[in-house]
Design a protein around this ligand. Structure first.
Ligand SMILES: *Cc1c(COP(=O)(O)O)cnc(C)c1O
Length: 814
């Protein structure tokens, strides 16, 4: 048999460790230019990645070839964020070569764990929305669906957070410092993207856009390996380049800086990720980024379609384009421009193709997050698109008037242009009108879309809004981050759950099995020892792994209510000091998260968490009964360390404001119990794990709305709650800020006088639930049984299920 095998087939087969080690040495020598003696850890990492990447390439090419050959429909996921984190463990695990590579490295005296840890996080995203895009890419490849992710290759991704004297300090993130061995520059895949200029009519009176400025978008590709290594898809990120990198006339005239101005201006487009989560940045550079990556992606998609299928009119049969929030919504206008101005279609036909091709995912109903651009800015940057948006709007408004002839408010709400004040282009309305599917990301969120922000658009376009509850990939969020739990599950029920997460329900049978409970608890404790060690090493905080690890890690935002958790921490601290004799359950309160650079209140909340931690951790009166840790620089890798070690997961947003959450899913999958409000996906988690295995408290979304409508009085709520009033008095009087006693005066004042996120209204219910949780935690068998039920019933929240639903209901692929 072996005589018939070509070198390629032989190379693809599993190699003996020694061969793999030789390949790593070769990569080190010939591609990095170092020998074993001179190699530093980063060189070993690069050599290992290059060796693994070689394995991926053949499968990658085969995946692309097969998609072409079969003429299969492709999905294009357009997202301004991809929060992928580290790639090595993911690739090794999905290729099934983890142990082989570990052994090869070990034969070279290199520890895989050590080089794995120095791989930088690809942090090209802010939070949940970007991480969802990364989980989706992994699931698409694992489900063998042909897909491309399109986004921006930011030179500086999400900032690094340092905590100085309790305050957040933002440092530039430099993930490309040592190069990026995963990526391929595709110099042949380059497109011009224009800005500004004017629209003129040519001889045939057809519109012609003459941009005032052009940049080149150049593709950089990263392979995305699916589970089992079956399919490798492409994440294509765009880099901006100047057309003329240097103006030689200026340079020769001695203006060395001016000669490079064009290059710097072009490249600044893809320099930084806007660190704004759940709010619109509203900056011109952001709109430029949005158009830049939308235009390059659509040009690439249409080029590929014409190349393989010849006829632009078959686009919706062969391509589904999903808009991850409104960030790429300008694509709707760009598609119309390309179809009409470049491919010479008529307006009506172009519109039909556009709507049939696009789907739009909404991620938030927070008003400050809904993108809209001043019409004047939009027109200056994109004059042709502005014309097209007017033309689209004329049709949309005509249809609206037909449905409700005398309802001006209805028509005004649907308009793509907000006519109140300075006129603005509404990106959500553009995305809605230009898509055949508009989805929310959890059942409650989708319901609220229909009832509130999109009620009028839903009347005009009924049946467009649909729900696709978010998910997470069980490969990264169980197999890779929690190998101990994965082994235990595998021993009990086999490993089919990694490809079919719904099979985790087989674990339910073990939930009350004392021997299994003991092993499950031992895994959790082991993970807590690891985190405890990290806390000691990095923060100097000593924690007891037998205490309850109570965790809230996510972006810092008022709607997520870290403040509610901190206030309860202060109240608990007061109670322990008042009643030291009681049977307290020792807790470690763990916080992590970044605040948007310009979000003053969120940064103040970080400082408060750190101030409270400093005082409590130093107080011998509470000792090990209560510890508080704020862990700096929350990112994907830190989540992978913390999630497996959590006992309690804090998901306590004001009901109606968290669209889905995915952090909640990671924790429950890893056997943490949730304390949460009936918000986002918490509701669906409760439906699956069962009322007895989750701690729900507080107002529902309906109750929040009713309370607001009747005139919420936060001062009355505070005065009715002695423990809350005491905690606020402590904070307001500087107990936690002796160096600056007035530090939190405004924060406390705002709680008494506005409290938009209704922290005071939910405080008592939250506090009571926490004390109930204390009691349950003391019965370790009962707690563990609930934890097992969580892991067993979280399989539905696999992003494989989410992607299958998108593929079937939106993309027409299965
Ligand atoms: C999962 C994840 C999030 C989203 O967390 P939520 O609790 O749903 O807001 C944000 N950031 C990182 C790094 C994540 O891994």
């Amino acid at each position: 048999m072996s005589v018939s095998k070509g070198p390629l087939e032989i190379a693809l087969e599993a190699e003996a460790p020694i061969d793999l080690a030789d390949r790593i040495i070769d990569a080190l020598r010939y591609r990095i230019g170092k020998d074993r003696q001179a190699a530093r850890p980063h060189d070993w990492l690069a050599a290992t990645v290059l060796t693994v990447r070689d394995r991926v390439i053949d499968k990658w090419m085969a995946s692309t070839r097969n998609a072409h050959a079969s003429g299969a429909k492709r999905v294009y996921y357009l997202s301004l964020e991809f929060l992928i984190g580290r790639l090595l463990r993911d690739a090794l695990s999905n290729l099934g070569v983890m142990e082989e590579v570990r052994a090869a490295l070990s034969s070279l005296d290199v520890d895989l764990e050590i080089i794995r840890e120095i791989e930088p996080d690809a942090a090209l995203g802010n939070g949940g929305l970007g991480r969802l895009a990364a989980c989706f890419m992994e699931s698409l490849a694992s489900l063998d669906l042909p897909a491309y992710g399109y986004g921006i290759r930011y030179v500086n991704g999400m900032f690094r957070q340092r905590i100085d004297d309790g305050w957040q300090v933002e440092l530039p993130e430099t993930w490309l410092e040592y190069g990026n061995p995963w990526e391929f520059e595709r110099r042949e895949s380059a497109y011009h993207v224009g800005f500004g200029g004017e629209v003129i009519a040519d001889e045939a009176a057809l519109a012609k856009w003459v941009p005032g400025e052009q940049v080149i978008a150049m593709a950089v590709d990263t392979p995305v390996v699916g589970y089992g290594g079956k399919r490798v898809n492409t994440l294509r990120l765009w880099n901006a380049h100047a057309i003329d990198p240097i103006r030689l006339d200026a340079f020769n005239a001695g203006d060395h800086i001016g000669a490079l101005a064009g290059k710097n201006r072009a490249e600044s487009l893809t320099r930084v990720l806007y660190p704004a989560d759940s709010s619109s940045a509203g900056q011109e550079l952001r709109l430029r980024q949005e158009y830049f990556f939308s235009s390059a992606s659509l040009q690439d998609i249409l080029r590929r379609h014409i190349q393989y299928f010849g006829d632009i009119r078959t686009l919706p049969d062969k391509a589904a384009i999903q808009l991850n929030d409104t960030h790429p919504a300008v694509s709707v206008a760009e598609m119309m421009r390309l179809l009409i101005d470049v491919h010479n279609l008529g307006f009506e036909e172009a519109w039909k193709i556009t709507v049939a091709t696009f789907g739009y995912t909404n991620h938030t109903l927070l008003p400050e997050a809904l993108e809209s651009w001043p019409l004047a800015l939009f027109e200056r940057l994109l004059p042709r698109h502005t014309q097209l948006i007017y033309a689209i709007n004329a049709n949309v408004l005509k249809a609206a008037r037909k449905v409700r002839p005398d309802d001006d408010a209805f028509v005004a709400a649907i308009s793509l242009i907000d006519e109140r004040g300075d006129r603005r282009v509404r990106m959500a309305n553009l995305a809605f009108a230009g898509s055949h599917s508009v989805n929310g990301v959890a059942a409650l969120h989708t319901q609220l879309m229909k009832e509130t922000v999109f009620a009028d658009l839903n009347t005009l376009y009924p049946n467009r809004i649909n729900n696709k509850t978010n998910g997470i990939t069980p490969r990264r969020w169980l197999q890779q981050c929690n190998p101990r739990l994965t082994s235990l599950i595998r021993e009990a029920i086999g490993d089919s759950f990694l490809a079919r997460a719904e099979n985790l329900t087989d674990l339910d049978a073990f939930a009350s099995d004392a021997a299994f409970q003991e092993k499950f608890a031992a895994v959790k404790r082991h993970n807590k020892v690891d985190l405890s060690e990290y806390l000691r090493r990095t923060l100097g905080i000593k924690t007891d792994p037998d205490a309850m690890f109570d965790v809230q890690i996510k972006r810092i935002h008022e709607y997520k209510r870290q403040l509610l958790n901190i206030l309860e921490t202060v109240a608990l601290y007061n109670q322990i000091r008042l009643h030291p004799e009681r049977d307290w359950t020792p807790r470690v309160k763990i916080f992590a998260g970044k605040a948007a650079s310009s979000y003053h209140r969120a940064k103040q909340i970080i400082k408060l968490a750190n101030d409270v931690a400093r005082r409590i951790n130093a107080d011998p009166a509470v000792g090990s009964l209560l510890k508080v840790a704020f862990i700096p620089n929350y990112n994907v890798s830190l989540a992978e360390l913390i999630v497996p070690a959590a006992d309690l997961s804090e998901q306590i947003s004001t009901a109606g404001l968290e669209a889905s959450g995915t952090g909640n899913m990671k924790f429950a999958l890893n056997g943490a119990l949730t304390i949460g409000t009936l918000d986002g996906a918490n509701i669906e988690i409760r439906d699956r794990v069962g009322d007895d295995n989750i701690f729900i408290f507080g107002m529902t979304a309906d109750q929040v709305a009713a309370r607001r409508a009747e005139g919420y009085d936060p001062a009355a709520a505070i005065n009715a709650s002695p423990e809350l009033a005491q905690a606020l008095a402590n904070i307001g009087s500087g107990v936690f800020a002796p160096d600056d006693p007035a530090r939190y005066t405004d924060l406390v004042h705002d709680l008494f006088h506005s409290d938009w996120f209704m922290v005071a209204a939910d405080f008592d219910a939250y506090e009571r639930t926490q004390r109930r949780i204390d009691k349950v935690f003391q019965h370790s068998a009962i707690w563990t049984e609930k934890a097992v039920h969580n892991t067993a019933n979280m399989g539905w929240f696999s992003s494989d299920r989410t992607i299958q639903q998108y593929a079937a209901d939106i993309w027409g692929m299965i």
